[in-house]
Write a protein that binds this ligand. Structure first.
Ligand code: PLP
Length: 665
């Protein structure tokens, strides 16, 4: 049972659309110029008293004054540091040291360290760390948020009298939800608590008049708004307690030692100047318009999409959404294939997405919090970029639809056939697809894949012929030990315990054996040595193998890894070499065709193709590639184990070696 071979031109799309501004941004050209100028001409140490040092100090003072004006700090301080994580540590250390001192003086301090449930991890981690290190034993208390992502002000009012330190954020990095800082301040009225507001995502997007609030500490990171990484600022209210995190040469008026990052400060200064002078960044109205455009394209392309935060109370530059039946990894992969960079709204592990604690805290159902995607852009974005992003979103939607992921009828899309592997959480489910009869058999169904399988079958008009399990004897639909399936027969073989294997045979030849969790060593005598073994678990085998291959295992060797240089050499020496794209069909379809020709064999279909490669008279070099090099390594290793010595893969994937394939990353 095989799949028909398809060759297609690879992507020649050139321009990357970067929609991950909440993670970081590119650097403003004026900021690059300012950094270069600081390194070339204004390279003095601002602590030196000679003219070169004085020049550097003057530049630094200018940037500080600008920051003070922009943030309305009044009598408060702005000090430069390495970024928000350092700013958060400094604020936490300062607050906790002050609490320790007040306690030692017998003053009432409150006993709770309160932090918003959707804070960036740096906040609770820093609180726990310094609380432990300083031996304070204060109680860490999560402040809940409502379904709109905003802090529960009633809960805060109830906690306020016992709160020692309160940490909230100006805007959330995953959802863009803007906090009600005035409401928080009102809830804290009369409380002795110190207050930190993480302003990282607010810089340049919210009006912050810090000196007119009771906020004690506000950390910032330059790289979230077109300055380089490694430069940040901390606002400290006039009179707020302060303990330096770093002691040394007494820089920053003794509050943060270490020679200042002058190139970073100069670059940040250029960004602040652009903010202050206007004309560089888009207006709020334009940004709202861009969000509407993106949301309209997403709605049209991805039926059933839900946005995970209300637009009315979120930054216009962040869209967080989930699509029923499509994982965040699949969405990320399809967008990446279209050169649209977005990020998972949740922490993605290799196999399964962990739910987002931010969306969990908002009480969203698990399917939404574990499949969320964040699309975010900075205020420098152009109308052309948004228009191009919208066009690519439409293309991605079509690619997902054609692959049967969106449970909508597909017109003219290739019908999946043969042996299909679906993996989730380290377990494999196998689908046998008989395209002529539109019949499907599912082996070792996983409940979490139910929706995916149903939608795949519905989209392509397949009927479910049987659902079989290798783990118990149930649900065998045929009398006797064999079941006719198109031109094949499926035979059941009892294994040890209550386990079974299913053998897919053409005539007398066993082509495939689906063996579930059975240890491979126990299959000898029950499964022919050359049948392709499709196991039920990644730990047993990632794709497919055979008993003969397992008897003389071939370790993954460095020789199979190609980089762009060794790939170019191989392609020159062996013009007959075949490039094999193992990305999924929807990723391949999302690319704009052009460049080199490659055979399309998604990793999920690899088992269906293996016999053809192994049986061919000629065995040209096969060079597998994918987005990051992960899936292609599995494919090359699988082929080598099965005796195909000429199998290679592109390490680092398209992401690192795109030019070698005449591709854009
Ligand atoms: N706080 C928020 C809201 C953030 O988004 C980030 C970065 O993602 C941080 C803090 C930490 O910033 P940095 O990694 O620049 O120190």
């Amino acid at each position: 049972m095989g799949n028909s071979a398809q060759f297609r031109k690879l992507s020649s799309m050139s321009k990357e659309i970067y929609l991950d501004g909440n993670a970081t941004t590119c650097v403003l050209p004026a900021a690059i110029d300012a950094a270069v100028q600081a390194m070339r001409e204004c390279y003095g140490n601002p602590s030196s008293t000679h003219a070169t040092g004085l020049k550097a100090k003057a530049m630094m003072d200018t940037v500080r004054q600008r920051a003070k004006r922009l943030l309305g700090v009044g009598g408060g301080r702005i000090m430069f540091n390495s970024g928000a994580t350092e700013g958060i540590q400094t604020a936490v250390l300062s607050a906790l040291c002050a609490l320790r001192e007040r306690r030692a003086n017998g003053e009432a301090t409150g006993s709770l360290l309160v932090y918003g449930a959707t804070e960036h991890k740096a906040v609770p981690e820093a609180l726990a760390h310094w609380n432990r290190l300083l031996g304070l034993h204060l109680e860490l208390t999560k402040l809940p948020v409502g379904s709109d992502g905003r802090h529960d002000l009633d809960a805060l009012r109830a906690l306020a009298p016992r709160a020692a330190f309160v940490c909230t954020m100006a805007a959330n990095n995953e959802t863009g939800v803007v906090s009600d800082l005035a409401g928080i301040a009102a809830a804290l009225e009369g409380s002795p608590a110190l207050w930190m507001v993480d302003c990282v995502q607010g810089l340049g997007k919210l009006t912050l008049d810090l000196g007119n609030t009771r906020i004690d500490y506000a950390p910032f990171s330059g790289h979230k708004l077109y300055a380089p990484k490694g430069i940040g600022m901390l606002y400290v209210r006039e009179g707020a307690p302060y303990t330096p995190l770093v002691m040394g040469g007494g820089q920053e008026a003794g509050l943060r030692s270490g020679t200042e990052n002058m190139a970073g400060i100069a670059a940040l200064g250029a960004v602040l100047a652009a903010l202050e002078q206007g004309g560089t960044f888009r207006s709020p109205a334009e940004l709202h318009g861009f969000r509407e455009q993106l949301a309209a394209s997403l709605r049209a392309a991805l039926p059933g999409i839900v946005f995970n935060a209300p637009f009315e109370t979120a930054l216009p530059t962040t869209l967080n959404f989930s699509v029923p039946g499509v994982s965040s990894k699949e969405l990320l992969d399809v967008f990446d294939a279209a050169s649209v960079r977005v990020s998972a709204g949740s922490a993605c592990s290799a196999a399964k997405a962990a739910p987002s604690y931010v969306l969990d805290a908002m009480g969203l159902p698990t399917w939404r919090s574990s499949s969320a995607v964040r699309m975010s852009f900075g205020p420098l974005v152009s109308a052309d970029t948004i228009a191009e992003a919208c066009a690519r979103i439409v293309r991605c939607g079509q690619a997902l639809r054609d692959a049967g992921l969106l449970d909508t009828p597909t017109a003219g899309a290739a019908v999946p056939e043969g042996v299909l592997q679906l993996s989730l959480g380290g377990n494999h489910t196998w689908l046998l697809l008989d395209a002529a009869a539109r019949q499907c058999i599912v082996i070792d169904h996983q409940a979490e894949l139910g929706e995916r399988i149903d939608s795949l079958l519905r989209s392509h008009g397949y009927q479910l012929a049987a659902r079989l399990s290798t783990r118990d004897g149930q649900a065998w639909p045929a009398a006797g030990d064999s079941l006719a399936f198109g031109q094949h027969t499926l035979r059941r073989v009892a294994l040890d315990g209550s386990q079974a294997a299913y053998l897919l045979c053409k005539g007398e030849q066993v082509e495939y054996a689906f063996t579930g969790l059975a240890p491979l060593a126990g299959l000898a005598g029950k499964v022919p040595a050359d049948a392709l073994l499709c196991t039920g678990r990644e730990a047993l085998n990632a794709c497919c193998t055979s008993l003969r291959a397992e008897a003389q295992p071939v370790a993954a060797s460095a020789e199979m890894n190609l980089d762009s240089i060794t790939l170019a050499r191989l392609l020159e020496s062996y013009p007959q070499a075949v490039l094999v794209d193992v990305r999924e069909a929807y990723e391949q379809a999302a690319c704009i065709p052009g460049g080199r020709t490659a055979q399309s064999v998604p990793l999920s279909r690899l088992a269906g193709f293996v016999p053809r490669w192994l049986d061919a008279a000629e065995q040209p070099p096969l060079v597998f590639f994918c987005r990051s090099g992960n899936r292609s390594a599995k494919a090359a290793h699988c082929l080598r184990r099965l005796g195909y010595r000429n199998a290679y893969h592109l390490s680092g994937g398209i992401a690192l070696a795109a030019p070698a394939l005449a591709l854009a990353a």
